[in-house]
Design a protein around this ligand. Structure first.
Ligand code: FES
Ligand code: FES
Length: 155
């Protein structure tokens, strides 16, 4: 058994320690908002937070998250109370097909949180571009960067 917390809820799963966290979330816990894209750590569609830091869950073994706190897109906000990143996404009409967007929002939320905690200087467009390396096949990068700056209170 592997025990950890997901979106504030304690869970235990009976899986091999090597199973990627992405599959545990999707197949064992039914949290399908986290997407499979490349499976090799490149695209970021599978991004979740591990103790507040963005991680690509396709590259994270279930055994490595024992006792830790995971947040997925299902835990970032709600339709009634969207996260500040999600409000910016909505107001800026960011998504196109949407496939990359949960991973993008998780990466963006971690960056905004880091900036708002005072851990970094005010964000610039270049900071967002170099920090959020997730891929978007629809090419929404410009709107993504603008929405992150809105969420961070930079514009
Ligand atoms: S599916 Fe994990 S980085 Fe692409
Ligand atoms: S919105 Fe389609 S892949 Fe990003």
């Amino acid at each position: 058994m592997i025990r950890f917390s997901v979106n504030g809820r304690d869970v235990e799963v009976d899986v091999e320690a090597e199973m990627p966290l992405l599959w545990v979330l999707r197949e064992e816990l039914g949290l399908r908002g986290t997407k499979f894209g490349c499976g090799i750590g490149q695209c970021g569609a599978c991004t979740v937070h591990l103790d507040g830091r963005p991680q690509r869950s396709c590259m994270l073994a279930a055994g490595a998250v024992e006792g830790q706190q995971i947040t997925t897109i299902e835990g970032l906000g709600t339709p009634e109370e969207p996260h500040v990143v999600q409000r910016a996404w909505l107001s800026h009409q960011v998504p196109q097909c949407g496939y990359c967007q949960s991973g993008m929002q998780m990466a963006a939320a971690a960056l905004v949180q880091e900036q708002q905690s005072g851990a970094r200087e005010p964000l610039t467009d270049a900071d967002v571009a170099s920090t959020i390396t997730n891929l978007c096949r629809c090419g929404c990068y410009q709107r993504i960067r603008e929405a992150v700056l809105i969420a961070a209170g930079e514009v």
